[in-house]
Unconditional design. Structure first.
Ligand code: QAP
Ligand code: CO
Length: 177
């Protein structure tokens, strides 16, 4: 197992559209374990492969309080969206910033699991929002893209000004102002 480095906005590698996974094998499963380890260590509820500079359509999520409900989605596709919900979102690639984003309130998603088996899942509220947020990453999209250019620019400049090391030491951008 290995903890991986997480790319930080505005790194242009976060804009790469991920490729379909063509084979679910042991090598990929080892990487999935690393994604979970990285997400849990960073205190996240979701992490897409794109965020660790691996450009395949693969993401992990665990929205449970107890951190005992790992979900892995390979080649995820949303087949149904319903309703609207505004939720405050954050992102491990945009550390220290949380803003309201409007998304579908409920979704159905189909994907492959870590054994390469197809499954379909209907989700609402936090899990639905998290799935939409992570699929956006696989398409090179970030939650800050839904904000006004002014807000996005402020966040970009604050993150650019702080060294990578400060972020890794978990010092929040707002504490430097
Ligand atoms: C996406 O985000 C998400 O700034 C997952 O300092 C977030 O796990 C979907 C995190 C909210 C729906 C609602 C962010 C951890 C984790 C930070 C995350 C931070 C430490 C973000
Ligand atoms: Co994110």
């Amino acid at each position: 197992m290995a903890k991986l480095d997480i790319l930080r906005f505005p790194d242009t590698r976060l804009r790469i559209r991920a490729f379909e996974v063509t084979a679910v094998n042991d090598v990929l499963r080892l990487f999935i374990d690393d994604l979970f380890e990285t997400m849990y260590h960073a205190g996240g509820i979701g992490l897409a492969a794109t965020q660790v500079d691996f450009h395949k359509r693969l993401m992990v999520i665990d929205v449970s309080e107890s951190k005992t409900e790992p979900l892995c989605f390979i080649n995820p596709v949303i087949t149904h969206k319903e309703g609207v919900e505004i939720m405050q979102e954050g992102c491990l690639s945009v550390p220290g910033f949380y803003e309201d984003v409007e998304r579908a309130q409920a979704i159905t998603v189909k994907a492959l699991d870590k054994n390469g088996e197809a499954f379909e899942l209907t989700a609402d509220d936090l899990l639905a929002v998290c799935i939409q947020h992570e699929i956006d990453h696989l398409d090179g999209k970030l939650f800050v893209d839904y904000l006004s250019p002014l807000k996005r620019g402020r966040i970009r400049r604050k993150l650019e000004r702080m060294g990578k090391d400060l972020v890794n030491q978990n010092i929040r951008p707002e504490s430097t102002l």
